[in-house]
Design a protein around this ligand. Structure first.
Ligand code: PLP
Length: 424
C-alpha cells in the first residue's frame, strides 16, 4: 500500500486468522514468560518481546508503527503528550553541555520547554527567525550544536517552515533536522520527503481528532548516519553502560534512535501513552485523511470570508493566494495546509472580546485542531508566559485570534461568525 489514507486504515495492526479486526487494547502492565532465561534475553535486548508496558506495549506499538508508515519513517514511538515527544526527540541526542538551534516560530509550550526548562538541564538553544538566510543560519552553528528543530505549520501564526532550507544547512553541519508535523499531519505533508530526519507530533490534535486523548509520537526516518560523525552523538555511537554496554547505532542500525529512546529514555523517564488512549488515537488515524480534506476546505472558506470582511484587520492562512507563505504552502502542502488560521480585528481590544464571547457554535477552548470549531487568544491564553519581545519573535501579534475550523457544515460556521460580527 502506498497512499497515506490507506495506511491510516491498514498499517500497524494486521490481524492474522481469527484475530480481532479492530486493534485490541492490551490493558496489561506486564507479559508472561515460561523461563527466567527467556526473560533475561529480553532485558539484554537479545530477543524482542514485551515485558513491561513502560517500555513497550502491543497496542501502542501498532499505533506507533502506523504513524511511522504514514510519515514514511522506519520506526516510531508513542509518548504521553506532544511535550514529551518534543522533549524526547531532542534529549535523545543532546545532553548537558550541548547546544541546538530552533525556529523561533513554534508552539509556546515548546518554546518554553527549550528556552527555560532544557536550559536548566544544561542544554542551550539558539532561536532563529524562520526567514533566516542559509548564510546567517550557518553562522549560528557551534562545535557542540547537535540538532535543528522547526514546526511544519507554526502554532499559532500558521506560517510555513522551509524544511528543505533547514535540512540542507543542518546536514552541511552534520546534524539531524527534527520537524514537529502536528498541524500538517502526514496527510498534508511528509517532512521526511523534504529532508527531515525525525518527525514529532502532538497526537492530541488532528491525529486523535476528537479532543479525547492527550498524546505524542516520534518517528525516525532512519536516514541519519549517526556513526559517520563518531563521538558527536556519543549516546548512540558509544556503549550505553546503563544497558549492558550496547552501542545502539552498531546493534540496531536504522532503528538505533527509536531503540535508544525506548530502552533508555522511556525506561528512565516513563511518559508512556496509555493503551486506551492509543486505541482512540488509532480510530482517529483511520479517518485522518478524510477529516483533513474537510478541515482544509472549511478553513479556506472561512479565510476567504474573513479576508473580505471590513471589520477584519488581517488574516493569516497559507492557502490564501494573498499569503506570503502561499508558495511554500503549495510546495510542502499541495493538498492544503490545515484547518487552523489566525486573524485580527480592527479597533480596540474590547471588540475582540465581545466578538469572541458572541460566538455560539465556536467555543473558546485551549485546544486546537479537532473536529469542533474553536478559538483562542494566544496572548492571554497559551502564550501568556511570553514577554512582548518573545511574542514578537514568535510572530504572535497581541490581537491575534487563533481560529480552528472544525467539521461542522460550513454554512453553520459562517452563520455563527456573521452573527458575532453583527455584535461589534
Ligand atoms: N507541538 C505543537 C505544534 C502543538 O500545537 C502542541 C500543543 O498545542 C504541542 C506540540 C504540545 O502537545 P501536547 O499538548 O500534546 O503536549
Amino acid at each position: 500500500m502506498t497512499k497515506v489514507a490507506t495506511k491510516g486504515l491498514h498499517e500497524g495492526w494486521v490481524p492474522k486468522k481469527g484475530e480481532p479486526r479492530s486493534l485490541p487494547i492490551y490493558q496489561s502492565t506486564t507479559f508472561k514468560y515460561d523461563t527466567s532465561e527467556e526473560m533475561g534475553r529480553l532485558f539484554d535486548l537479545e530477543d524482542s518481546g514485551y515485558f513491561y508496558s513502560r517500555l513497550q506495549n502491543p497496542t501502542n506499538d501498532a499505533v506507533a508503527a502506523k504513524i511511522a508508515a504514514m510519515e514514511g519513517g522506519v520506526a516510531g514511538m508513542l509518548t504521553s503528550s506532544g511535550q514529551a515527544a518534543n522533549f524526547f526527540a531532542v534529549f535523545n541526542i543532546c545532553e548537558a553541555g550541548d547546544h541546538f538551534i530552533a525556529s523561533s516560530a513554534i508552539y509556546g509550550g515548546t518554546y518554553n520547554l527549550f528556552g527555560v526548562t532544557m536550559k536548566k538541564m544544561g542544554i542551550d538553544v539558539t532561536f532563529v527567525d524562520p526567514e533566516i538566510s542559509e548564510e546567517d543560519l550557518q553562522k549560528e552553528f557551534k562545535e557542540n550544536t547537535k540538532c535543528v528543530f522547526g514546526e511544519t505549520i507554526t502554532n499559532p501564526t500558521v506560517s510555513i517552515f522551509d524544511i528543505e532550507k533547514f535540512a540542507k544547512v543542518a546536514h552541511q553541519n552534520g546534524v539531524p533536522l527534527i520537524v514537529d508535523n502536528t498541524f500538517a499531519t502526514p496527510v498534508n505533508c511528509q517532512p521526511i520527503k523534504w529532508g527531515a530526519d525525525i518527525v514529532t507530533h502532538s497526537t492530541t490534535k488532528y491525529m486523535d481528532g476528537h479532543a479525547s486523548g492527550v498524546g505524542g509520537a516520534i518517528v525516525d526516518s532512519g536516514n541519519f548516519n549517526w556513526l559517520q560523525y563518531g563521538d558527536k552523538f556519543s549516546g548512540l555511537t558509544t556503549p550505553d553502560e546503563s544497558y549492558h554496554g550496547i552501542t545502539y547505532a552498531k546493534k540496531f542500525g536504522k532503528l538505533a534512535y527509536i531503540t535508544k529512546a525506548t530502552a533508555q529514555l522511556m525506561r528512565d523517564l516513563g511518559p508512556i501513552q496509555s493503551p486506551q488512549n492509543a486505541f482512540y488515537l488509532n480510530l482517529g488515524l483511520e479517518s485522518l485523511a478524510v477529516r483533513m480534506k474537510q478541515h482544509c476546505q472549511n478553513a479556506l472558506a472561512v479565510a476567504k470570508y474573513l479576508e473580505q470582511n471590513e471589520k477584519v484587520a488581517w488574516v493569516k492562512y497559507a492557502d490564501l493566494p494573498s499569503s506570503p507563505y502561499h508558495e511554500l504552502a503549495k510546495k510542502y502542502c499541495p493538498k492544503g495546509t490545515c484547518g487552523v488560521l489566525s486573524f485580527g480585528l480592527k479597533g480596540e481590544r474590547e471588540k475582540a472580546e465581545i466578538f469572541m464571547d458572541s460566538l455560539k457554535l465556536a467555543s473558546i477552548v485551549t485546544h486546537v485542531a479537532d473536529a469542533k470549531t474553536c478559538l483562542l487568544h494566544p496572548a492571554s491564553h497559551t502564550h501568556r508566559q511570553m514577554s512582548d519581545e518573545q511574542l514578537k519573535a514568535a510572530g504572535v501579534a497581541p490581537d491575534l485570534i487563533r481560529f480552528s475550523v472544525g467539521l461542522e457544515d460550513i454554512e453553520d460556521i459562517l452563520a455563527d461568525l456573521k452573527q458575532a460580527f453583527d455584535k461589534i
